[in-house]
Design a protein around this ligand. Structure first.
Ligand SMILES: C[S@@+](CC[C@H](N)C(=O)[O-])C[C@H]1O[C@@H](n2cnc3c(N)ncnc32)[C@H](O)[C@@H]1O
Length: 273
């Protein structure tokens, strides 16, 4: 029905205007972030896709992983993880970046596995992650470090460009192709906690742990042997005492593995005192 005082020409013009508005609405330009635009605690600079791939390779990401990207930007790491079959969450403070990430995930067909939370990374629980990725700042990494070290042993942490102070990386990633700035990354495997006294088949062990480096002593009778070459990679521990090399898996208050002396292996077990 047309209002009585509206001419045919007026009506045509009105319909044309409505149609144009409709098209404009349907084709609303996507939000275009600018590199180095301010963020809450860190500006936005995207990780080069070649480095994202390399970081996920180094983390040995599989479909059973749950990845969390802290400060997820346009969502590229989360989306790439989901494309590899993992479940992934991006925590991002800028709501426009969150919307952009969701659109990008939809376009990539991974919205079910790639989700995004508009939140402050310092106030969000990410303790269930099995892989944590970050591209923040050295001082923010240090602030996050206690939380990361409290995660389940074996959790992989991969940071673009910035280290964790004296928690040295388990692996430094090579620079990748097609990357102009911020082209290297570090990987840490959250070590199990072993510091303290343990009773073992071969004597009493006192471990002194600094991140993934282990030293200490083994006391058998009156003999006190220093521990050398002690190292944790997640739950896997290795060290040497006297002529014997020990390899084991830490599971809470027990360690089970093998001791090797002069080429002879035997089962070995320790329990926390
Ligand atoms: C250097 S960018 C990295 C983006 C993405 N992780 C990548 O590698 O491409 C840092 C991101 O962290 C976000 N950010 C800064 N402070 C934050 C905070 N407190 N909580 C959540 N996100 C934050 C910024 O908005 C920005 O998108």
């Amino acid at each position: 029905m047309m209002p009585r005082n509206l001419s045919r020409r007026g009506a045509a013009l009105m319909f044309a205007a409505l149609a144009v508005c409709g098209i404009a609405h349907a084709q609303a330009p996507q939000y275009q972030p600018r590199e180095y635009q301010p963020g809450k605690d860190v500006v936005w600079v995207p990780t080069a896709q070649t480095l994202v791939d390399r970081m996920l390779d180094a983390a040995k990401l599989t479909a059973s992983d749950y990845l969390v990207d802290l400060g997820s930007g346009d969502g590229r790491t989360v989306i790439t993880a989901a494309q590899r079959g993992a479940t992934a969450l991006g925590i991002e403070y800028n709501p426009k970046m969150v919307e952009l990430s969701k659109e990008n995930a939809k376009k990539a067909g991974v919205s079910e596995r790639a989700t995004f939370l508009k939140a402050d990374l310092f106030k969000t629980d990410f303790s269930k992650a099995t892989v944590v990725t970050l591209f923040l700042l050295p001082e923010i990494n240090l602030q996050l470090r206690p939380k990361l070290l409290d995660m389940k042993p074996g959790t992989r942490v991969v940071s673009n460009s910035f280290d964790m102070g004296d928690w040295t990386a388990d692996q430094t990633l090579d620079t990748v192709d097609k990357c102009m700035t911020y082209c290297n990354a570090f990987l840490w495997i959250v070590p199990a906690k072993v510091d303290g006294t343990w009773r073992s088949d071969d004597g009493q062990i006192t471990f002194k742990q600094t991140f993934q480096v282990v030293s200490g002593t083994m006391k058998a009778g009156n003999v006190l042997a220093p521990l050398t070459k002690g190292r944790l990679l997640g739950e896997d521990i290795t060290f040497t005492a006297g002529p014997t090399t020990y390899k084991g898996r830490v599971n809470g208050k027990t360690i089970e593995g093998t001791s090797t002396t002069g080429g002879q292996d035997k089962p070995w077990r320790a329990t926390r005192v």
